[in-house]
Design a protein around this ligand. Structure first.
Ligand code: SAH
Length: 283
């Protein structure tokens, strides 16, 4: 904090001119992939004003510290193997709370419009004639790759990136995806929710001629203190994933950008430096 600026004044400056959360409105807000430093100012502005927060499993609980002391927090994700609330029930709850004239913050992991059902929730609000805003967040496929030291694009390597989900509404591999076309046409593939069908997916890519020695990575709990990264090749990825203790949430990256991590694992360098000298200033 600069000495010349008091913390109150600094906060006022940060939030000046950002939207006021009106009672009876719903804001669908992306909280980013985990590290609360990756939340936007709009997200924090929403947290500071909300009466009710309906949040997902992947949202960092610490970020709730920005909220009002009497805020009501409702959990709407999967926890401890218990079935998650049905999407319809979550949507109905948002509508119910808005009709009670609450400022309703629907806080979602990553970006609400990337594999986050934000569109479905927003359409239900449209149908119920409830005013809403949508605040984008850093999606795991961008923020997670960055924290793993893997650029999503690199000029000499790729001119495109494909984001895909490894399972559809029914839990099966998405039938709408043309895996052979993806194998041929997608220079870098970033997969969400793909651990369950990893073996099938990698096999389909290999069958379609994707090079078996191509770099492949799994990034678990990206941007959180529990982040783990496995670097492998397309051919060995499933086997090595099975031998490891990697757990979802996880992203899978397939493409030549993976090899850049060798030089760009900035987080690993930081963590290593910290173990060597936890207190460099000797304070
Ligand atoms: N809307 C979210 C994605 C929700 S789908 C976004 O934009 O990021 C949930 C999937 O996202 C997880 O199964 C996993 O594949 C991915 N994911 C979300 N957060 C993650 C994290 N911190 N680390 C690794 N993968 C993550």
């Amino acid at each position: 904090m600069p000495n010349s600026v008091s913390s109150g004044h600094y906060t006022d400056l940060l939030f000046a001119g950002l939207p006021e959360f009106e009672p009876g409105h719903v804001w669908l807000v992306g909280a980013g992939p985990g590290d609360r430093g990756l939340m936007t100012l709009h997200a924090v502005n929403a947290l500071r004003q909300a009466d009710v927060i309906v949040h997902d499993a992947l949202v960092d609980e610490q970020s709730l510290a920005f909220a009002k002391p009497d805020v009501i927090v409702e959990f709407a994700g999967k926890r401890g193997g218990r079935p998650s609330p049905k999407q319809k029930d979550i949507t109905l709850r948002l509508i119910e709370l808005a009709k009670q004239n609450k400022r309703v913050l629907r806080l979602k992991g990553g970006d609400p419009f990337i594999f986050g059902r934000g569109g479905e929730e927003a359409l239900a609000l449209v149908a119920a004639d409830i005013s809403f805003r949508v605040v984008p967040g850093i999606t795991a496929g961008i923020g997670g790759l960055c924290y793993a030291g893997i650029p999503a694009t690199h000029r000499e390597i790729n001119q495109s990136v494909t984001f895909l989900t490894g399972h559809d509404q029914t839990g099966s591999m998405p039938t709408a995806l043309d895996w052979a076309a993806i194998a041929k046409g997608s220079q870098v593939i970033v997969m969400y929710m793909a651990m369950k069908h990893l073996e099938n997916i990698t096999q389909k890519l290999l069958d379609a001629g994707r090079p078996k020695e191509q770099g492949a990575a799994i990034i678990c709990n990206a941007t959180t203190p529990q982040q783990k990264v496995l670097i492998s090749t397309l051919e060995n990825l499933t086997k090595e994933a099975r031998e490891s203790d990697l757990q979802p949430p996880a992203l899978i990256v397939i493409g030549d950008v993976v090899k850049l991590r060798d030089g760009l694992d900035w987080l690993g360098v930081y963590q290593h430096a910290k173990t060597l000298n936890p207190n460099p200033l000797g304070l």
